[in-house]
Design a protein. Sequence first.
Length: 77
Amino acid sequence: LPKFSEDIFSIEGDSQLHLIPTAEVPIANLHRQEILEANQLPLQYVGQTPCFRSEAGSYGRDTRGMIRVHQFEKVEM
């Protein structure tokens, strides 16, 4: 995950283990080495996970009025 290395938390001492920033990460990898046929689509999943992001406290026009934290629960469909 070099593209996101500054935005995610990694397990100390292991550069291969990271805390997920969103439930989309493990869901997207369910079929990572498969070629799906059109008749199998659409696939629908729901994910509920604790999410971890290092951007807590970042400010800007899109975050005004929000309280940002490093860990939170998130449901995605």
